[in-house]
Design a protein around this ligand. Structure first.
Ligand code: TXE
Length: 483
């Protein structure tokens, strides 16, 4: 297993262009969840650090230099891609192969994409009798970005690129569980020559540094990705200050498989949707709904494929499933497996801790789990588990499939597997979700809107929607003298 870090690193905040310790001088421990080893000390920042970051934040990226800055940051990530993939894998427990193929390439693409979007951005013009209206875009000022631990660099860059691209200054608060690539991003942005204060990084705990950022009167907008319960707290403290808010929260996404689907493609898609990143993606398809005509054959093939997944050392390029984010999170996921049994479910595979050799013998691993026999309305089948656990449920008709799919408090994403074109469009139109994939999953075009309905969040990001969120538009109405 390759390791780019042997000693425990001490991280710092990045404020006003300088790397500085927290004002409290207190640090949190950051662990590699696959090995249990301590890998870094993370600043335990508080309101004073957030105050300093907001005060240092300036709108200094000139309009003409924004796209170029984003391109330079993309270049910087690309130059450090392998190191970043290693850091992400060590911090999260995810397979390094996944970090190499998804997390880091996507971080590069986020900056390149938004460089292009900023260059090609257009605003509107409305002619009327006797006047001409045109729309100006202006930066919001200081924006706060709060990101989770499942896709640390991927999600931080998804917000940072359009925020800087629209001329804002940023104060970012990454998850305290996965601070390493955020620290590297601050270094990369520094080396790219960003104006001092354009990007600031404050590490720390959610209820301390995160809460201080959300409640800070100098912060004009908050873009948050994380759990639904935390999202509700963020909304409650930001709303009275009328901040702009984008909330990308949890999911309990259905994978809907009709009997006419391409069977092998549907199996492969269901496995990928269920277990990518150990099932710790808000978009994961954790409720598998299968038409009864093929239910038994499908479940048998699904279980066979899931059993064959290679779980273990994230540093091994062949590993398909790494560790969960922490032993505490694994306890939570295991609690759901116990609950499923109490609710009458049958664990068809997984549910136990795999036996693995050192150095990962004591990591936070859980074998990929398929559970059948549950009522679709029970807690296991409706609450977000956020781990390598899927439940399977049969349905008899298209109407029932849609009703089961929509029967939860979440509404982020769905995937539908069918070769009937008319049905695909019908079902896609009827699902209560912000994103619907047909015969695919997690196929992303960055120009498209991304976000959820119901308890999965508020607002959309992506392409034009990100530019809109991270800017304020102003209409200018000019009276034209009569000819
Ligand atoms: O996330 P939190 P947690 C879901 C998943 C998981 C559950 C809890 O079900 O089991 O959420 O995970 C910061 N004010 N998702 O507790 O708390 C925190 O420091 C301001 C879904 O780890 O939402 C981190 O930076 N900020 C999800 C970020 O919020 C606060 C990804 C996310 O942490 C805060 C992760 C506060 N009061 C978990 N409290 C997805 N949608 O992808 C915490 N934070």
């Amino acid at each position: 297993m390759s390791r780019t870090m042997s000693a425990v690193r001490t991280l710092s905040n990045y404020i006003g262009g300088s790397f500085v310790p927290p004002q409290s001088s207190q640090f949190l421990d950051d662990f590699n969840p696959a090995t249990g080893e301590r890998i870094a000390r993370v600043p335990r920042s508080g309101a004073a650090d957030v105050d300093a970051a907001v005060a240092a934040a300036r709108n200094q990226v000139s309009a003409s230099g924004r796209a170029e800055l984003l391109e330079k940051i993309a270049d910087g990530i690309e130059q450090r891609a392998e190191e970043l993939a290693q850091l992400e894998s060590q911090d999260t427990g995810k397979p390094v192969a996944l970090a190499r193929s998804v997390d880091i390439p996507r971080a590069i693409l986020n900056f390149r994409f938004f460089a292009g979007a900023v260059r090609h951005d257009q605003t509107a013009c409305h002619e009327m009798a006797g006047a001409l209206n045109y729309t100006l875009r202006r930066p919001l000022g200081v924006v706060g970005l709060i990101t989770p631990w499942n896709l640390p660099l991927y999600l931080l860059t998804w917000k940072t690129a359009p925020a800087l691209g629209m001329g804002n200054s940023v104060v970012a608060k990454p998850s305290e569980l996965t601070p390493l690539t955020a620290q590297a991003l601050a270094e990369i942005i520094h080396d790219a020559g960003a104006p001092r204060g354009a990007f600031n990084l404050v590490h720390g705990l959610g209820p301390e540094a995160g809460q201080a950022l959300v409640g800070h009167p100098g912060v004009a907008a908050i873009s948050f990705t994380g759990g639904t319960a935390t999202g509700a707290k963020v909304a409650a403290s930001a709303a009275p200050q009328f901040k702009k808010l984008s909330l990308e929260l949890g999911g309990k996404n259905p994978t809907v498989v009709f009997a006419d689907a391409d069977f092998e493609a549907a199996i492969a898609g269901t496995v990928r949707a269920g277990f990518l990143n150990q099932g710790q993606v808000c978009l994961c398809g954790s409720r598998v709904l299968v038409e009864r005509k093929i239910y038994e054959r499908f479940v048998e093939a699904l279980v066979a494929r899931v059993r064959s997944m290679k779980i273990g050392d994230p540093g091994d390029p062949k590993t398909e499933l790494g560790a969960l984010i922490s032993p505490q999170h694994r306890d939570k996921v295991e609690g759901y497996v116990r609950l499923a049994k109490q609710e009458g479910g049958a664990v068809l595979c997984g549910g136990e801790r795999p036996s693995l050799p050192p150095p990962v013998a004591n990591g936070a691993f859980l074998a990929p789990t398929v559970i059948a026999g549950l009522s679709p309305s029970c807690r296991t089948a409706t609450e977000e588990i956020f781990g390598p656990v899927v439940t399977v449920h049969p349905f008899d008709s298209e109407e029932e499939a849609v009703s089961l799919a929509n029967g939860v408090r979440y509404g982020l994403a769905a995937s539908v597997w069918t070769t009937d074109l008319a049905r695909a469009h019908r079902v896609a139109g009827a699902l209560a979700a912000g994103v619907v994939w047909v015969n695919c999953w997690l196929l992303r075009d960055l120009r498209t809107p991304f976000g959820g309905v119901k308890d999965s969040g508020v607002g959309r990001e992506g392409g034009q929607w990100s530019l809109d969120f991270f800017s304020e538009v102003r209409n200018v109405c000019v009276a034209l003298p009569a000819p």
